[in-house]
Design a protein around this ligand. Structure first.
Ligand SMILES: Nc1ncnc2c1ncn2[C@@H]1O[C@H](COP(=O)(O)OP(=O)(O)O)[C@@H](O)[C@H]1O
Ligand SMILES: [Mg+2]
Length: 697
């Protein structure tokens, strides 16, 4: 039988003619409905099986297939057992090329420069596989294409003829193929030129765009977005157990925040659940992972990644988690030397134009994710150990907080009738390995539908909720860094609340907002308040300097009646290495007495609570303290310099915080002051710490 390309079957006389619109729309419906592949039995009813007519189809051949997903190509026939090669020369025998697959559409990215063929097939166990065969792989031997198809379960004839024929068929398909899909290189939101935004997941696009059918074209992603169990089961087994557990609620809220920051266009970033081992940190980020996929411990199919597996494939990992979360276990395995940059890249990245192994370029690779990591040390500490320092901005990129709830059960507060922390951990673990991958897509579906009816969703719904949360939980006058971090917390809170509103979590209203507030408070408490982080480093370093060197490197000045006696009294016998200033005993002033007696009272109260009768009582009258004068050179060389802070700026910040004494000199505020006469040194300008700086909070 000789059948012309695009012959009677295709209803499309020749390749140059415009595609049949009715057929294109049928094909499109088929793609959107995401209906499972029709079975052979079903198809038998659909198709009038034709006999070969000219006798080239033997009696042993199964009936002919004739539908849009099996485009006809000159020299080939689709039968129920697969694709057949029908040689033009009637004397040559026909042979089977491969088992069945469906051709759904031709695909191309927004740049239109990487066309492909979207196919779907069922393996021997009836698992469905979709793949976009890049046309660029068909120009040469196409070994890669056959290998991948075989790996997905396509049976391809072992002889060279069959293999060559498969490539010929694929290369010739396009002329009878009217259906089109748009490929995108990352998961998450895609805004088609017409219609509402859609949310793209592997093998599945949520929302029917008016204009085009959209498919993810990303090798890495498909396996990680898997589902098991129903949403109701996930709610009952996992989400319910989160209630009253701020860390779990916060992590799961964050899992819903991926699509939200994609809408608000906020920067990516993340949270590090820090704490000692075996406290349940990993279970928190696994709970978050279960919103989107399987949190199984290892392997390429796990939604929870670890740092090692991320190293090599950072870009494609990030693209597979775009507008979503990226749970990363064990930050400690990351290379601390490059950690700040890696974190920055992962959360909010733009890849370099990347050459594909098989040719072609992918420019404009970018992504945005919420990273959730776990570790025993903060990222900042890890980085310090290799003598680097996280900049304030980077620290806020990965917000680090103590995951453990003091006085409770590791990371858990509410055990929901479990006997102990370990038992509850097992319940959570069982929940996340048996029920996953349903809540995230359901939330995306809700978002897509909500935006379809109210396109101003972000302005009307998200923004006011973020504002409300910030007003409720963030103190006025917070440092800029704190405010940026607070917004991140607010987005997690709002995402969790929206998921509750969408009927996905089953949590009481306000649960997610309160959990985010608790974690936010943990974070601000740990960082030492809501002031600037750079200030915090400086203040710590300044305080630590006196703790460390107060005794050894400040020369003692002994008060005496005359200058000569005083000079005599200096601690000259003692060898002073690398002197940085002077110290002397100084009576406490009234304000200092007040400060100290408050501290003593507090300490006494704590001691009493403990039943410790030998504890501090009060400071007693007329006490002295050590006063210090630090030489400005030493301050520059050993405090400000190593922090990379300008000396004048550092002094101003210390002064404004009340940690050093200042004087007004001819209307100008000075922080290097002439405090006192130093025997043998005259009246040097020095830096004088206040009691507040010397007294640890
Ligand atoms: N809150 C807890 N109380 C008691 N044991 C726990 C708790 N959390 C975790 N564990 C134990 O620690 C092990 C590790 O759990 P994981 O979630 O990985 O904690 P982490 O990440 O903090 O090390 C588990 O096998 C579990 O038995
Ligand atoms: Mg762990």
């Amino acid at each position: 039988m000789s059948q012309r390309k695009g012959g009677s079957n295709s209803g499309n006389g020749n390749g140059a003619a415009p595609p049949d619109p009715a057929k294109a729309s049928r094909a499109r419906d088929k793609l959107l409905s995401a209906k499972p592949v029709t079975t052979i039995a079903e198809r038998r009813n659909d198709n009038t099986a034709r006999s070969g007519g000219d006798g080239s189809v033997g009696k042993d051949r199964t009936p002919l297939l004739n539908d849009e997903t099996h485009p006809s190509v000159f020299g080939f026939e689709w039968h129920e057992d697969g694709l057949w090669r029908i040689p033009a020369d009637a004397n040559k025998t026909a042979f089977r090329v491969c088992s069945l697959f469906e051709v759904l559409a031709l695909s191309r990215p927004e740049t239109n420069d990487d066309w492909g063929i979207l196919i779907r097939l069922r393996d021997r166990d009836k698992n469905e596989h979709e793949w976009i065969i890049p046309l660029r792989l068909l120009v040469a031997e196409a070994v890669e294409v056959r290998a991948k198809l075989a790996a997905c379960g396509l049976r391809i004839g072992a002889n060279e003829g069959a293999q060559r024929a498969l490539r010929e068929y694929l290369a010739a398909i396009d002329e009878g193929m009217p259906a089109r899909v748009r490929t995108v290189p990352r998961t998450g939101w895609y805004r088609p030129t017409a219609g509402a935004p859609v949310f793209v997941l592997p093998g599945r696009t949520i929302g029917a765009s008016a204009g085009e059918v959209v498919r993810l074209d990303l090798d890495q992603a498909p396996a990680i977005y898997r589902a098991r169990g129903t949403l109701e089961e996930w709610k009952e087994e996992l989400a319910r157990r989160c209630i009253g557990n701020t860390r779990l609620v916060f992590a799961v809220s964050a899992a819903f925040a991926g699509p939200i920051i994609g809408l608000t266009q906020d920067q990516g970033g993340g949270f590090n659940f820090r704490g000692e081992t075996s406290r349940g940190k990993t279970s928190c980020i696994d709970a978050a992972a279960s919103v989107w996929g399987s949190p199984s411990e290892t392997g390429p199919d796990s939604f929870t990644r670890n740092w090692r597996s991320t190293d090599n494939a950072m870009e494609s990992t990030a693209m597979a988690h775009n507008d979503c979360i990226l749970p990363l276990d064990e930050l400690g395995q990351a290379d601390p030397a490059t950690l700040p940059e890696t974190l920055y890249m992962l959360a909010n990245g733009t890849g370099k134009a990347r050459a594909r192994a098989s040719g072609g370029n992918r420019a404009g690779i970018s992504w945005r994710t919420v990273v959730l990591s776990t570790s025993e040390d903060s990222a900042a500490r890890m980085v310090e150990q290799v003598n680097r320092r996280m900049k304030g901005g980077q620290e806020v990129r990965l917000i680090d907080f103590g995951a453990e709830v003091p006085g409770r059960h590791g990371v858990f507060e509410n055990l929901h009738d479990a006997a102990n922390g370990g038992a509850f951990w097992h319940e959570v673990r069982n929940a996340v390995v048996s029920h996953y991958g349903t809540a995230g897509p359901a939330f995306a579906q809700w978002l897509v539908e909500t935006i379809e009816t109210s396109p101003d969703f972000v302005a009307q719904k998200v923004a006011p909720k973020v504002r409300d949360w910030l007003q409720s939980y963030v103190k006025a006058g917070s440092d800029g860094q704190v405010q940026r971090a607070a917004r991140r917390f607010a987005l997690m809170a709002v995402a969790g609340e929206l998921a509750t509103e969408a009927n996905i979590t089953g949590w009481p209203q306000g649960e997610a907002a309160r959990a985010a507030a608790t974690v936010f408070r943990t974070w601000t408490d740990e960082r030492g308040g809501i002031g600037s982080r750079d200030d915090h480093h400086l203040f710590e370093a300044f305080r630590a300097f006196f703790v460390e060197h107060g005794q050894a490197r400040f020369e003692k000045v002994l008060e005496a009646a005359t200058p000569e006696a005083e000079a005599e009294g200096m601690d000259r016998e003692r060898m002073m290495m690398r002197r940085v200033g002077w110290r002397w005993r100084q009576p406490l002033n009234e304000q200092e007495k007040q400060v100290l007696s408050e501290g003593a009272a507090e300490a006494a109260a704590i001691a009493k609570e403990r039943g410790d009768t030998n504890g501090p009582k009060d400071i007693g009258p007329g006490l002295y303290r050590w006063a210090y004068a630090l030489h400005p050179h030493a301050f520059q060389a050993e405090v400000a310099g190593p922090l990379g802070i300008d000396k004048r700026d550092a002094l101003r910040r210390l002064g404004m915080a009340g940690l050093i004494e200042g004087r007004k000199e001819s209307g100008e505020q000075r922080w290097e002051i002439k405090k006192r006469r130093i025997p043998g040194a005259g009246y040097p300008r020095v830096i004088v710490p206040t009691l507040q700086a010397l007294n640890e909070r």
